[in-house]
Design a protein around this ligand. Sequence first.
Ligand code: ADP
Ligand code: MG
Length: 384
Amino acid sequence: QEKRETYAKTEKNGRIGGDESRIHVFVRLRPMAKKEKEAGSRCCVKIVNKKDVYLTEFANENDYLRLKRLKGRHFSFDASFPDSTTQHEVYTTTTAELVEEVLQGRNGSVFCYGATGAGKTYTMLGTLENPGVMVLAIKDLFTSIRQRSFDGNHVVQLSYLEVYNESVRDLLSPGRPLVLREDKQGIVAAGITQYRAYSTDEVMALLQRGNQNRTTEPTRANETSSRSHAILQVVVEYRVKDASMNIFNRVGKLSLIDLAGSERALATDQRTLRSLEGANINRSLLALSSCINALVEGKKHIPYRNSKLTQLLKDSLGGACNTVMIANISPSNLSFGETQNTLHWAYRAKEIRTKTSDTNEEVIEISETGTDQAKLLLELQKEN
Ligand code: ADP
Ligand code: MG
């Protein structure tokens, strides 16, 4: 019964095209790891026609037709990336548009989620040779800004932070936990380093250094923590003067998020979520699940306040923003259960509708006299 319902939903969603106002959901399959091969694992995932994922416990098959005859599950997404997909293709398909829209003053966020080892950090940060979404997005942003430099002033500020055990830390300048405060731009971590960056290499170095500051679990000494969320926030502020000398201030924020490992913490229904509350499970990830459920169900009240992660992402989930989810999965049958959970959660997220509305653009002042204009211009020059 449950199975059929799921299947129907998939089909329905697969046919919704060109709807700009929902969360876009992608799946990325990583190559089989050496360790997995050595453990004798078989491949249980097959990506067909660029959108569909087939998951079957028995798939050791390259032959898609044979695979279909096996009992498997079919999921459809905005795009599904096979293990041969390059970092660049992933970036272009999932995030490039969001970067353009951030320049127009529309907030956006890109989440990577999936079990530990599924490829989240590789997708987000990548390596020096194969930089990931975070780095490619910033590179693209700088290129676009350079092309537009004739018509206004852009200021780009980066901050990189971690949520671990419900405490927020600055990854660019580690120290004591930061307090979250609400201000005009939404919830911000008070005192976080705002880094002004100018080149891509600089950003890669910065992020790699930041990642080394991520909390590692004492029990898994040489592994990046599976319970820490890393959030890169890029704020682009743009100021321009129109023909009648009004000054416009436009701010767009892009959040790129490498979530904690989702094992055991993904749930698509409220009952399971509630039963997990008591257990020692990542609270921020649970809260994110709850917010997604509430958004999917069109609830008025979205429980953003339940965790640090959801507070920080309040203005980047639902509402007037672009949201992209990238679900990372392993091909190995040893991860079958986790992969299944991840895929379930992923197309649950696809049902969130966000309302399309204006950008974060405001007239900050309408100057009437020449002296006022001069004063404003001076202020702008000072600030930039
Ligand atoms: P996670 O952050 O989800 O725990 P990682 O990104 O650290 O997982 O990936 C686990 C391992 O698999 C790493 O060694 C990483 O380099 C490798 N890996 C992940 N995705 C890919 C990919 N698409 N291509 C090549 N190697 C990958
Ligand atoms: Mg990781």
